[in-house]
Design a protein. Structure first.
Length: 317
């Protein structure tokens, strides 16, 4: 008499229980396989616990997945898929190459098949086929999740890099304008203040001509670092081109915008006094306030730029 579906289900549940109870030993086997013949080189520089990481928990979850009914199997975005992506990210943070993490999953398949081999004889033929299919499909999908985790991170990094100025790491002109437009929309909707600071380096051409472009680049990098240091988490800065920078100060009135400029000027002066940047390097800045000075990105930047040059003229009058 062929076993009933209930009996088949019971046998799969029993196997799943064995896998979960043996999760630690199976994880150790995976690590040993990875160390053998240097299949996963990065394992060699980790201590024993770091080598295992969350593999025992992962194997336990895999055992539960194998025992699931057809309707409730592996789901993209489910618990096991999430665990696979987290494992891949954690391994990457430890310096593992994508190939090494994929190899770990393939070694896991090998170890599980070795574990299940002596138990296959006691299973119905239908159970064996079900087990083979679920194990292979699950491991294959885990590899896809792993690769997906790397792809998502790489895509996010590339997208962010495309928005950044290569020299300073600040937002580039386009990205700054886009972010400023979003903040302006929020300021309009909630009737909040917003200030824009526009600044540049005084006599920057002279720095390039007398000290060289490498020194000029170093000055720009240091000023960009100063902007990052003194802005709040809600604010953002960008390099608009050459020696020109802009800062969006969220929920900031004109007076507070001027206070920000004074802090920046002091910061740059301290860098100059400490010979971090050439002696005498200074900045000029102008501030524009929404909604008083303009209601669009272009209007606010023009107003702040005009005030920057007013400041330069008054300083050198």
């Amino acid at each position: 008499m062929e076993p009933s579906r209930a009996q088949e289900r019971s046998q799969l549940l029993e196997l799943a229980g064995e896998i979960r109870r043996s999760a630690w030993d199976l994880a150790v086997e995976v690590v040993e396989e990875g160390l053998r013949d240097d299949l996963v080189p990065s394992l060699d520089r980790l201590d024993s616990l770091s080598r295992l990481d969350d593999i025992p928990t992962f194997i336990g979850a895999l055992g539960r997945e194998i025992a699931q009914s057809e309707e409730s199997g592996f789901r993209h975005g489910g618990a096991l898929a999430t665990l696979a992506r987290e494992h891949a990210r954690e391994r990457e943070a430890l310096g593992f190459a994508p190939r090494e993490v994929v190899t770990e999953f393939l070694l896991l398949r090998r170890v599980l098949w070795r574990f299940l081999a002596p138990r296959r004889a006691s299973l119905d033929t239908g159970d064996v086929r079900t087990l083979e299919r679920r194990l292979d499909e699950t491991i294959d999908r885990l590899v896809v999740e792993c690769v997906g985790a790397y792809f998502d991170r790489a895509t996010t990094e590339l997208a962010d890099r495309a928005r950044r100025d290569a020299l300073t790491g600040l937002l580039n002109h386009q990205a700054f304008s886009e972010e400023l437009e979003l903040e302006l929309e929020r300021a309009r909707r909630y009737r909040r203040d917003l200030s824009v600071v526009f600044c540049d380096v005084d006599r920057f051409k002279q720095i390039n001509d007398t000290l060289g472009h490498l020194e000029g680049d170093r000055v720009l990098e240091r000023i960009a670092a100063s902007l990052r240091e003194i802005t709040r988490g809600s604010d953002f800065a960008g390099r608009l081109g050459g020696d020109e920078f802009a800062v969006c100060l969220v929920e900031t009135d004109l007076e507070s915008g001027h206070a920000f400029v004074r802090r920046l000027e002091r910061h740059v002066a301290e860098l100059s006094d400490a010979d971090v940047i050439p002696q005498g390097v200074a900045i000029s800045a102008g501030v524009a306030h929404f909604p008083v000075d303009g209601s669009t990105v272009a209007e606010l930047l023009r107003r702040a730029d005009a005030r920057l040059y007013d400041e330069k003229r008054s300083r050198h009058a």
